[in-house]
Design a protein around this ligand. Structure first.
Ligand code: TXA
Ligand code: MG
Length: 345
């Protein structure tokens, strides 16, 4: 299959181009779509045959459910039932945005989307062009991150093509994503709102809206089975081995020098904050931006892992951050990239 790239300028949306993408989706094809978090692999979320193709294209395990992306608030009523009035009021404030909620599903949602569960994950992405596409499709779009299963999520069209070229009909290219890690997944089916996957919206932030916000116990304890099936799989892993050092500038320099000295036979890449770049000029390195602005880090995180893979490095050393606030969401991804190889100083 030849994968088309459909370029779109967000500031002056070419409806003809969007219609091309919608036409593919309406007949059951796959189109990778931009969102503010990461690129998604979109299909008609109410068409079971189209949804099955998503699992094939990604090599995704069949028990890992998909998020339905909606364009307008009222779409939620078509897909979910028994929604609390208070939750609706809050969602009206937080959507569109990087928040996915898990609710009881209506029968219209195929079991292929929910992977057999009686719940459905729903999100309204904060990208006008993507919401416009969803409207043209007249159906919610099922869309997991557009990577091959186990790989880092793509945050631009080129990285999407790296995994999906030849596997899907088209990529809608609206440039790079502004957040770079996936949405926060919040379960609203129990008494207390529970974070199943951390993201840009942190527990602290969500506590401004919900009185109680808990973290799924599996996020705190590795032995517990996660409620979000996707959390249990190998994930966000480049080909290279990854080691994360949670340290300030000085200690990171000392500790990474030790690793570099002990691994002279390996090609090593680094992901460091801009204040450390000059310490590693003779190595392949990725700039994580300002240590005090973690959005700069999340925006480049997955792209950086892919870039270093392309340079053919064997080992990637990453300057990790403290697990608090947004840092906890970033570290949730990094720990998986590193298969738990994280040292805290
Ligand atoms: O930012 C995002 O959320 C991106 C963009 C494309 O919207 N999408 C994304 O989808 O990250 P995916 O499929 O890669 O991750 C969805 C996560 C998985 O961990 C999945 O197990 C969980 O949401 N999930 C989906 N439906 C669920 C449900 N009914 N109950 C519990 N967890 C669910
Ligand atoms: Mg994913």
């Amino acid at each position: 299959m030849k994968t088309q790239v459909i370029k779109i300028n967000e500031n002056s949306i070419d409806i003809k181009a969007l219609e091309k993408a919608a036409d593919i989706i309406k007949v059951g094809g796959l189109v990778a779509i931009p969102t503010e978090t990461v690129y998604g692999l979109g299909a008609d979320g109410l068409n079971p045959e189209a949804v099955k193709k998503i699992f094939q294209a990604k090599n995704r395990p069949g028990d890992n459910p998909l998020i339905l992306h909606i364009a307008d608030f009222q779409d939620i009523y078509r897909l979910a039932k028994d929604i609390r009035e208070d939750d609706l009021v809050i969602l009206k404030k937080l959507w569109p945005g990087p928040l996915t909620v898990v609710l009881k599903k209506k029968d219209i949602v195929p079991l292929e989307v929910s992977a057999g569960l009686e719940t459905v994950a729903i999100r309204m992405p904060d990208k006008d062009v993507t919401r416009e596409l969803i409207r043209l499709c007249k159906s919610p779009l099922a869309a997991p991150s557009a990577n091959l299963s186990t790989k880092p999520s793509p945050t631009n069209a080129l990285d999407t093509l790296e995994d999906m070229d030849g596997r899907i009909e088209a990529v809608l290219d609206a440039g790079p994503c502004s957040i770079g890690i996936e949405s926060t997944v919040l379960d609203l089916t129990e008494d207390v709102a529970t974070i199943l996957r951390p993201g840009f919206y942190t527990r602290e932030f969500l506590a401004n809206y919900w009185q109680d916000v808990e973290l799924d116990t599996a996020l705190k304890n590795d032995k517990q089975a996660p409620k979000s099936p996707g959390q249990k799989y190998k994930h966000y892993a480049p080909n290279a081995e990854v080691r994360v050092l949670v340290a300030n500038k000085k200690i990171f320099l000392e500790e990474s020098k030790k690793i570099l000295d002990n691994n002279k036979d390996k090609k090593i890449g680094l992901m460091v904050f801009e204040d450390s770049l000059k310490d590693f000029v003779s190595y392949e390195s990725v700039n994580l931006g300002n240590r005090d602005n973690l959005l700069e880090m999340s925006k480049i995180l997955f792209e950086g892992l892919r870039q270093l893979d392309k340079k053919g490095v064997d080992l990637i050393i990453v300057n990790g951050v403290e697990e608090k606030g947004y840092g906890a969401s970033i570290m949730n991804r990094l720990k998986k990239s590193a298969s738990g190889n994280v040292k805290i100083y």
